[in-house]
Design a protein around this ligand. Structure first.
Ligand SMILES: Cc1ncc(C[n+]2csc(CCOP(=O)(O)OP(=O)(O)O)c2C)c(N)n1
Length: 344
């Protein structure tokens, strides 16, 4: 069984993810968000739990729906809000949106390397595998964690990346999310196999399937995969059984999802599930958990307001950092915050 601190961290970061997304939804409806909002409602648990199983300096490559993985690794919510609102001081300085930014710290910093999402689905797998190859050449014992949706696993780039990672025995951990729909395409139209983790068999990669809404199960499976990778035993694909409880993005009313299906998955909410367990095991009281809820809600609100107060990019330097040889900005590093539970 996981220690109490880790369990409370799982709860805290899943709550924070939901609260940051709730704030983003308000900003979206009031026209403050530039572009779309791709929520992870109902599947926050798998992003948070998998990312917490890494060592702090490991590599993480989220896709657009894996906000929880970045928050769990310490990325400050203010930077996320600033990205969504294309503010001039956001990590990409308003040149790109949402989670599309990277963080490449010096090796000795102990900070995570973050490789931003690549819009062409599947392509993040070979890129993250390449980063691991680089880490190996520098004799760093890094493990990398990345994510792919069920739709993304049907791309050629996914297959090439997985095969490359397998052949090179790279310490790559891939979370393959069966969240039931790729936009409006149901999983049965996506693959002829029973479980998404069976994709791994073609490459000779270790795999297992877990309940994606059971944060402890996801944490433990990822930890096993991370340890295996660090021991030099190669890549792992972890299939997570979960459900996307909002549309593909906020503009999508998800009319293609049967109501009964949504109702059934409401009873399997990952945050509610962990909350019940914490109380049942007497690891936290209802009052303790209410206090965490209050804390994450007010943190998300304050961080959103901070980002709202930031100026937009200066039109005068709009082409800076876009083309070679035009006075690039000095590197802007993402601001990281420590887990409140590790400071106690
Ligand atoms: C190669 C490629 N094809 C199509 C798209 C357009 N597209 C963006 S997201 C998406 C659905 C992705 O579904 P899935 O991989 O299951 O992830 P989910 O949205 O369920 O998290 C599609 C088709 C794309 N970005 N890249």
């Amino acid at each position: 069984m996981l220690d109490r601190t880790t369990l409370l961290e799982l709860y805290y970061y899943a709550r924070l993810t939901r609260d940051v997304e709730e704030r983003l939804a308000i900003l979206y409806r009031t026209n403050q968000v530039v572009g779309g909002l791709y929520r992870s409602l109902g599947q926050e648990g798998e992003s948070v739990a998998s990312a917490l199983a890494l060592e702090p300096s490991d590599i993480i490559g989220p896709l657009i729906r894996n906000l929880g993985s970045l928050l769990a690794r310490g990325v400050r919510p203010r930077d996320i809000f600033a990205q969504y609102m294309a503010r001039g001081a956001s990590p990409s300085r308003g040149r790109d949106l949402n989670l599309h930014f990277s963080h490449i710290p010096p090796a000795a910093s102990g900070e995570p390397t973050i490789i931003g999402p690549i819009s062409m689905l599947g392509d993040l797998i070979p890129v993250v595998a390449g980063a691991l190859l680089g880490g190996r050449m520098q004799q760093r014992r890094l493990v990398a964690l990345t994510y792919i949706g069920d739709g993304g696993t049907s791309t050629g780039a996914f297959h090439e990346g997985m095969n490359f990672a397998a052949v090179q025995r790279l310490p790559l951990v891939v979370i393959a999310e069966d969240n039931k729909f790729a936009y409006s395409t149901p999983i049965a139209r996506q693959m002829a196999i029973e479980r998404i983790d069976q994709r791994a068999e073609a490459y000779g990669v270790a795999h297992e399937m877990v309940d994606g809404n059971d944060m402890i199960a996801v944490y433990e499976a990822t930890k096993r995969a991370v340890d295996r990778g660090r021991r030099g035993e190669g890549a792992t694909l972890i299939g997570v059984d979960t459900m996307r409880m909002r549309g593909h993005a906020e503009h999508d009313d998800m009319r293609y999802v049967p109501k009964a299906m949504l109702e059934q998955w409401t009873t399997r909410d990952p945050i509610a599930k962990l909350r019940t367990l914490l109380v049942e095991l007497s690891l936290a009281t209802d009052t303790d958990l209410h206090e965490i809820d209050r804390r994450t809600r007010s943190f998300a609100e304050a961080e959103a307001n901070d980002a709202l107060a930031q100026p937009r990019p200066d039109p005068a330097d709009v082409t800076r950092d876009l083309y070679a040889g035009t006075h690039p900005f000095p590197g802007r590093r993402v601001e990281l915050v420590r887990s409140p539970f590790r400071e106690l």
